[in-house]
Design a binder for this molecule. Structure first.
Ligand SMILES: Cc1cc2nc3c(=O)[nH]c(=O)nc-3n(C[C@H](O)[C@H](O)[C@H](O)COP(=O)(O)OP(=O)(O)OC[C@H]3O[C@@H](n4cnc5c(N)ncnc54)[C@H](O)[C@@H]3O)c2cc1C
Length: 99
């Protein structure tokens, strides 16, 4: 198994999770490290300001997306990389191995 670790749950990785869920890569374990379980969807902001969408409808639920992608979700901040051991150093969790 190879370990692919995504740091940050922004737009790019939200899209990556959705695509991964539809077409996972065999032999690769996916981990998302994100400091928030929800990420704001900027594209919906004008609709929210215009009263079309409620605030609750604006964020993307990363936990649900991670589940869809069968990714391991780590709610934490990445603090650094150990490039000798190939590990992501986290604030509150043990370090996470990556390839
Ligand atoms: C109001 C607004 C409207 C926009 N409208 C459009 C649009 O219509 N079309 C378009 O193409 N683009 C739009 N954009 C731009 C688009 O939102 C960005 O290009 C996109 O969000 C970038 O994605 P990203 O994943 O690289 O970064 P981000 O979305 O910024 O995500 C980074 C994530 O990483 C997290 N993070 C950072 N450091 C750490 C750490 N150390 N550990 C863990 N997590 C961490 C942050 O909390 C964040 O959730 C808009 C932006 C704004 C603000």
């Amino acid at each position: 198994m190879k370990n692919l670790v995504l740091i940050g749950g922004g737009h790019s990785h939200a899209i990556a999770l959705r695509l991964w869920g539809r077409s996972p890569v065999p032999g690769v374990r996916l981990t998302l490290i994100t400091d928030s379980a929800y990420t704001p969807y900027s594209g919906i902001l004008p609709g929210h300001l215009g009263g079309i969408y409620t605030f609750q409808e604006c964020p993307i639920n990363l936990a649900a997306l991670a589940q869809f992608a069968q990714a391991h979700l780590v709610l934490d901040s990445a603090m650094g990389l150990d490039l000798e051991q190939n590990r992501v150093l986290c604030d509150r969790h043990p370090s996470i191995s990556f390839d």
